[in-house]
Design a protein around this ligand. Structure first.
Ligand code: FCB
Length: 443
């Protein structure tokens, strides 16, 4: 059976300028934990019952040792770009200096990417906060934003002109809400009063780092990566519609609006004052530093019902669903992009993550993940629909290059277009990986 990914022949996404890539994150693939400082995810994994399969990141995909093979694998996929993240606790010492060994690890990766003509999209923070900073309050401590600025300064100087694009943060929503409000991600803090405070310090960190990057690295594309889970009402009733609007402000607009418009959604006035962030004079202007691009991560939508007591209740995702239980609803992707384009003056958009966990089976050495190919096909079509409606999308990254440590789900959920056998560390390109390669190379 041939599995193909196609786009209409006239599609702008078939132009050679459109960037196709694969994405990973340091904690999810590297391992090599003994060669760096501990981070909040090391600590979190040690707490019983936090990770579904009781696993940790000590080895993960062993990319710390296998990086050269992995770069060849990336090259073999024919991609234009590779999105990776830098592990802050690998490159900065406790006293705030560069750890030259850790820096050398990334310099080698970047130099090889350059030699292979693959653009490096570097994320500075994909959730692996140094534990010693968490011990000082982590993202609830305003000072962490300044520590991040200092890290951004040192690392952008050290990496020089090897980088094509810097993203300050990956998905501050997840860091703030999952990490400091519902506690299902590291550091596991629970309390409605904490989420927005952590979010503000993350956004401040972003703005401060943007200032530094604009100075140190004016020729890279500098921006942020935000995740969006578009919010739909369960019915046409007013109460459901306003529940979905509230959820949208809470989860989505809360991050994009300050970054682009320099203010939080008006909905803040409906939150108890104890839940408000602590905003200092000048913060919002820093947060709204102009950006060269916006990274958009999309996986699914959410459906809400209104409720007298709670502001909103999320209802169970309808089928079809991925192995994560996330609804497959590509229409929301196109609608999201078009809506953002209507609401905001957007910089160029890169889809920095999109993909699906599926219950892959290796049969006779082959992973025929037609469900994942289908997911990619539908979502590429959705992006193309948005592009046709005038949204400036300049690139698309599959999440993920390879199966990896999927946070609270451990190794149970496979998002890769390459299969990883965690016993042998052998990588096998899945049908989706072959299809993605064919789409890219046949342009
Ligand atoms: C995103 C994360 C990424 C990965 C995917 C499935 O929220 O940025 O690391 O876990 O979800």
């Amino acid at each position: 059976m041939t599995v193909k990914l196609t786009l209409p022949t006239q599609s702008k996404m078939l132009s050679k300028d459109f960037v196709y890539g694969v994405a990973t994150a340091s904690f999810q693939i590297e391992g090599g934990t003994k060669s760096r400082l501990p981070c909040i995810w090391d600590t979190f994994c040690d707490i019983p019952n936090k990770i579904a399969d009781g696993s940790h990141g000590e080895i993960a995909c062993d990319h710390f040792n296998l990086w050269q093979d992995d770069l060849e694998l990336i090259e073999s996929l024919g991609v234009d770009a590779y999105r990776l993240s830098i592990s802050w606790p690998r490159v900065i010492t406790k006293s705030g200096e560069l750890n030259l060994e850790g820096v050398a690890y990334y310099l080698n990766i970047l130099d090889i990417l350059i030699s292979k003509n693959i653009k490096a999209f570097v994320t500075l923070y994909h959730w692996d906060l140094p534990q010693h900073l968490e011990d000082q309050g982590g993202w609830l401590n305003r000072d962490t934003a300044y520590k991040f600025r200092d890290y951004a300064h040192l690392i952008s100087q050290a990496l020089g002109n090897r980088v094509y694009s810097y993203a300050t943060l990956n998905e501050p929503f997840c860091s703030a809400f999952l990490g400091y409000e519902v506690g299902v991600h590291a550091p596991g803090i629970v309390g409605k009063e904490f989420g927005k405070k952590a979010a503000h310090h993350l956004l401040l960190a972003h703005g401060l780092a943007m200032e530094v990057l604009a100075k140190n690295s004016p020729n890279t594309l500098n921006g942020i990566v935000l995740n969006f889970t578009p919010c739909y009402p369960e019915s046409d009733s007013l109460i459901d519609i306003s529940a979905a609007a509230f959820a949208d402000d809470y989860f989505n607009q809360w991050y994009i609006k300050p970054v682009l418009d320099g203010e939080y959604p008006e909905m803040m006035s409906q939150l108890p004052t104890e839940h408000h962030p602590e905003i200092h004079e000048g913060d919002m202007a820093i947060i709204a530093h102009p950006m060269d691009f916006l990274g958009v991560n999309f996986y699914s939508r959410a459906i809400y019902r209104g409720d007298e007591e709670e502001n909103f209740i999320q209802i169970d995702a309808p089928e079809p669903r991925t192995d994560m239980g996330w609804e497959i609803y590509p229409k929301a992707f196109a609608e999201l992009l078009v809506t953002l384009n209507d609401k905001y003056t957007l910089p160029p958009i890169y889809i920095t993550e999109n993909g699906a966990a599926m219950a892959d089976k290796m049969v006779g050495g082959v992973i025929n993940d037609l469900d994942r190919v289908d997911y990619y096909q539908q979502h590429l079509n959705a992006v193309n629909d948005a592009v046709e409606l005038g949204v400036q999308v300049h690139g698309y990254f599959a999440w993920s290059l390879m199966d990896n440590f999927e946070w609270a789900e451990g190794y149970l959920k496979r998002f890769g277009i390459v299969y990883v056998d965690y016993d042998t560390q052998v990588r096998t390109i899945k049908a989706s990986g072959h299809a993605y390669k064919a789409l890219i190379t046949n342009r």
